[in-house]
Design a protein around this ligand. Structure first.
Ligand SMILES: Nc1ncnc2c1ncn2[C@@H]1O[C@H](COP(=O)(O)OP(=O)(O)OP(=O)(O)O)[C@@H](O)[C@H]1O
Length: 260
């Protein structure tokens, strides 16, 4: 079903509420109460907020992995009612198939969709090149570093050519140095592919470094959007970006909002 609400936006969330039924008590918990936001095509948006405010819950609802009980979620004007090939999710843990090589892992989703073998091979190899893993195609996950595994995870997500890339703290298990490398790599890949991206993180400086806009959720459960902040830092962003006054002032502004 299509509505005219979202013509200019890739993703629209309108007063979205998401609840869990707590198994232990049977009581319903309104994890996300009232979240409204819009993401334009090719925009990079980060969501930050206090622990437990519902960042992952919201991302899972956009992925179609969790239902929402209030409001609506629209992707390209169509209501989100479940998972779909138009969205790909990159989680913190790469969860690669250990018995498959890099190329086998990248191809996996395409195989499930019955993609023609030659198309699949070409697509997988081009994604492996894009994420900087050329020469490692035939290695198994246990031969790869954490950063390389997360590159495979990204290649696997991009292989299906999704409309929206959803990233849930993808670098939080990596050491600080690898994390910084991967942030820049992700920006390079995003600029090459022009994918719309929604990225969840705990780290305010990571959000400001990556995003066109940072959305701050209020304390949960029952969270709402407490700020929607445009980041006007030039691209490509480099280490020098982190010393710019716009970077430092946005990090401080968001920290103040979160700490209240
Ligand atoms: N399966 C579940 N059943 C019941 N409550 C849940 C479930 N998953 C999450 N919650 C609750 O929903 C709220 C939001 O959790 P969520 O994991 O989305 O927050 P978050 O902002 O991503 O947290 P963090 O930053 O710590 O990762 C929390 O109060 C959490 O306890």
């Amino acid at each position: 079903m299509s509505t005219d609400l979202s013509c200019d936006f890739k993703l629209v969330a309108e007063r979205v509420g998401i609840e869990y039924r707590v198994k232990r008590t049977g009581v319903y918990l309104q994890a996300v109460r009232d979240v409204s936001l819009q993401i334009k095509p090719q925009e990079f948006v980060c969501i930050v907020g206090p622990s437990g405010c519902g960042k992952s819950t919201f991302l899972n609802a956009v992925a179609g992995l969790l239902p929402h009980n209030k409001g609506q979620l629209l992707l390209d004007g169509t209501k989100i009612a479940g998972p779909g090939q138009d969205r790909a999710v990159v989680f913190q843990s790469p969860a690669l198939l250990p018995w498959r090589t890099v190329v086998g892992n990248v191809k996996y989703g395409l195989e499930l969709r019955g993609t023609k073998a030659s198309v699949m091979e070409e697509r997988a190899m081009s994604m492996i090149k894009l994420v900087g893993l050329s020469g490692h195609e035939h290695k198994y996950p246990n031969e790869l570093s954490g950063g390389m595994q997360q590159r495979v995870n990204l290649a696997r997500a991009l292989a299906s050519d999704p409309e929206l890339l959803l990233l849930d703290e993808p670098f939080s298990a990596l050491d600080a140095q690898t994390r910084e490398v991967m942030q820049k790599e992700l920006l390079r890949i995003w600029q090459e592919t022009k994918k719309t991206a929604l990225f969840i993180t705990h780290q305010i400086d990571e959000a400001v470094f990556l995003a066109d806009r940072v959305i701050v959720l209020s304390k949960g459960p029952g969270s709402m959007v407490s700020a929607d902040i445009e980041i006007r830092l030039p691209r490509p962003r480099t280490e020098a970006t982190k010393t710019e006054s716009e970077f430092l002032s946005k990090v401080a502004e968001i920290r103040d909002i979160i700490l209240g």
